[in-house]
Design a binder for this molecule. Structure first.
Ligand SMILES: *Cc1c(COP(=O)(O)O)cnc(C)c1O
Length: 364
């Protein structure tokens, strides 16, 4: 079988070793004589998987004991509502930093629940960079300050920690979660849905500081109530058991690779190789994101001659380089380089790009 490299933005690539192990034990998990898919979520066997997954994550990120880990339904998109529902408390205002597609979606949803103060936005620049600290105008009365650490569709990423003062910082880390170490204690809350670096689609990790756990509005649905779910160990109703099972394997895989430092080193190596190929193409390929804000995870670029984009995607797919199309609203090319993308995948992509550029440089 020829090598396939999957650059999908989500659900994204999963380590082959993890897929293989899941396949091996798919019909008879741990000698139970049935599949993990068939195990009751209330039974000790599954509860143990849930527990181990959380402990493994706690160890990977060195999560302090006063932070609770929840696995919730509804994807990161549900958190766009659940953050205000759970965190506003007696506040009526919240701060949001706007850096692209996903933070804009969080803002739209947040506006249904409170007064949203957009602290900073680079919409007028086409989201080609993230704002700098001095451009932000925080509101000291805000319940929290929300931002998106990596804009999956726009290809920009924060390479510094925004300072929100005494206002708790809340981050949508969906697409760069576990691609680098970070200090959990700098945040009030972190969330990430599972289909980007945690394996299969199905749940959203919420890591929340204890003092923020019990602020939910009385209308918050019980399964989305942070404190209720924390007390129930994320088992208030049936979780996506398979996704949790797979995540536990992914966390162990990351640890076996050497942990988050190695994930970061690989992310830097992969993305730099690709950006170099773009920047050294004499303008055939262009990345519009400013150097200091470029994402190490989702590399977004365009062809100078946009009419060649469909041909580029077709030829790439013929080479086994699949799912390279940009976000549906933005077009162009997007290579998502999640943890499980081997460096050989990026090499295959850059080799293809050079060849394609040579063949089509004169087509205008
Ligand atoms: C993919 C993504 C989302 C949406 O996740 P769902 O699980 O589909 O709701 C939100 N935010 C970011 C940054 C993403 O990359």
């Amino acid at each position: 079988m020829k090598a396939i490299f999957n650059f999908a933005s989500g659900p994204g690539v999963i380590p082959q070793a993890v897929l293989q192990q899941a396949q091996d034990e798919f019909r008879n998990w741990n000698g139970h004589g049935c599949s993990i898919l068939e195990m009751p979520f209330t039974g000790n066997a599954f509860k143990e998987v849930m527990h181990r997954a959380k402990e493994q994550l706690r160890s990977l990120l060195a999560i302090p004991s006063h932070y609770h880990i929840l696995f919730l339904h509804g994807g990161a998109s549900a958190q766009f509502s659940l953050v205000p529902l759970n965190l506003l408390g007696c506040h009526t205002r919240a701060d949001y930093i706007e850096t692209g597609h996903w933070s804009a979606r969080a803002i739209l949803e947040g506006q249904r629940y409170c007064h949203v103060n957009v602290v900073a936005s680079n919409r007028k620049d086409g989201f080609t960079r993230v704002p700098q600290q001095h451009e932000m105008q925080p509101d000291t009365k805000a319940a929290y300050c929300h931002y998106t650490s990596n804009e999956t569709a726009n290809g920009n990423q924060f390479h510094y920690l925004p300072n929100s003062g005494r206002v708790p910082l809340v981050v949508d880390m969906t697409s760069d979660f576990l691609t680098r170490p970070f200090d959990v204690a700098s945040y009030g809350m972190i969330y990430a849905s599972s289909q980007k670096n945690i394996g299969s689609a199905g749940f959203t990790v919420v890591i929340i500081r204890e003092d923020l756990l019990d602020r939910a509005s009385h209308i918050t649905p019980q399964v989305f109530h942070y404190k209720a779910q924390s007390e129930a160990h994320s088992l208030l109703n049936t979780p996506v058991t398979f996704a949790v099972y797979l995540a536990e394997k992914i966390f162990r895989w990351i640890e076996a690779q050497g942990g988050l430092q190695i994930m970061e080193r690989n992310a830097i190596a992969r993305s730099h190789q690709l950006y170099r190929a773009i920047d050294e193409s004499d303008g055939f390929y262009r990345c519009h994101v400013e150097l200091s804000s470029r994402s190490l995870v989702n590399v977004c670029y365009t062809l100078q001659n946009n009419t060649l984009t469909p041909l580029f995607l077709q030829r790439a797919a013929e080479r086994g380089l699949i799912n390279l199309g940009g976000h549906s609203a933005l077009g162009g090319i997007r290579a998502s380089l999640y943890n499980a993308m081997p460096e050989t995948g990026v090499m295959a992509l850059t080799n293809f790009m050079k060849q394609f550029a040579e063949e089509h440089r004169c087509d205008v």
